[in-house]
Design a protein around this ligand. Structure first.
Ligand SMILES: NC(=O)c1ccc[n+]([C@@H]2O[C@H](COP(=O)([O-])OP(=O)(O)OC[C@H]3O[C@@H](n4cnc5c(N)ncnc54)[C@H](OP(=O)(O)O)[C@@H]3O)[C@@H](O)[C@H]2O)c1
Length: 290
């Protein structure tokens, strides 16, 4: 059975919005959809995040998790071109952890990335697996849905029941999906495993737009299986009031003095807790080694 759930739900939702001011959205999202403000974002009490333009359907914002080489290569022959168990562990931890034990995260991926996961490991457990495909049929499986477009997936996740049950949304690849989502207005953060060793790839993603994204945390360099890499988190610095999601101080960050120390930790409370902990550890080490 084909599960093109997003398209049907979005059509339904559009009708509900047109016909009634009491939509079936979760409360904060429906308020957002009917506000006269031209453009704004809302931050719900539990930091589930939505963006909306007045008159349009709210969408979830998201974070990207990806491992690119210096020239932004991410894949070869439909697979990962390296074997880095520590990176897989990092990926698992960051995409599994939620701020609310009653919720799970969603991971959005292209159909080819889905197929690159060995059958015995998919769907990736403990997360809602959202597979993007325009044509593919996936057997009806628990915790897997398919969507025909990225926007319909982000819209679906902004409405009930997902606005209540999904904590964070991670876009996890591959190349085609990241070409549309990396650097996008709804992208809050990019968690990058920077592969410093040169490795041949046939799938590439665009460079990070450093006018929008600034480093927030960087691990010391690591080496595994002959591959040198480090973990770096970039946050989206929104430089106008309209672009601010995390409150007024979000705009303050992009003042031309791009020191990551200037970011106030509370402004990026949407980041996974482990990134905060790693950053605290890192700041502690760097300040004590001075
Ligand atoms: N290094 C990393 O962090 C990382 C992460 C993930 C993946 N990868 C690698 O990346 C490679 C796969 O990437 P890829 O670019 O070839 O494929 P992909 O992005 O994973 O999947 C492409 C497929 O997704 C669907 N799709 C694309 N855009 C869509 C849209 N806007 N709306 C709905 N569906 C859409 C289409 O499926 P249909 O053809 O079914 O319509 C398309 O064929 C593999 O080598 C994988 O190992 C690396």
């Amino acid at each position: 059975m084909m599960l093109h759930y997003c398209t049907q739900r979005t059509l339904f939702l559009s009708k509900v919005l047109l016909n009634s001011s009491k939509s079936s959205f979760c409360n904060s999202a429906s308020l957002a959809a009917t506000s006269p403000l031209f453009k704004f974002q809302i931050l719900t009490a539990n930091y589930s995040r939505f963006t909306a333009i007045a008159g349009e359907i709210p969408m979830r914002s998201y974070q990207v998790v990806v491992a690119p080489t210096r020239d932004m290569g991410i894949g070869k022959d439909g697979k990962l071109p390296w074997r880095l168990p520590s990176d897989l562990k990092f990926f698992k931890e960051i995409t599994l952890a939620t701020s609310d034990p009653g919720k799970q995260n969603a991971i959005l991926m292209g159909r080819k990335t889905w197929e690159s996961i060995p059958i015995k490991y998919r769907p990736l457990p403990g997360r809602l697996n959202v597979v993007l495909t325009r044509s593919f049929e996936i057997e009806d499986e628990e915790n897997v849905i398919t969507c025909g477009s990225i926007s319909s997936a982000l819209e679906l996740l902004a409405e009930a029941p997902y606005c209540f049950s999904i904590d964070k949304v991670f876009v996890i690849g591959g190349g085609q999906i990241l070409r549309e989502t990396l650097n996008g207005p709804g992208c809050d953060a990019i968690h990058v495993t920077e592969i410093e060793t040169s490795v041949e790839c046939d799938t590439f993603i665009p460079s990070i737009d450093f006018s929008k994204f600034q480093p927030w945390y960087s691990s010391p360099p690591l080496v595994e299986n002959g591959i040198r890499y480090s973990f770096v988190t970039y946050v989206h610095v929104r430089n106008s009031e309209n672009e601010t999601i995390a409150g007024k101080t979000g705009g303050k960050c992009n003042d031309g003095k791009s020191s990551s120390n200037r970011f106030e930790v509370k402004d990026f409370s949407f980041l996974p807790k482990m990134i905060f902990e790693k950053r605290d550890e890192y700041m502690h080490h760097t300040s004590s080694s001075k």
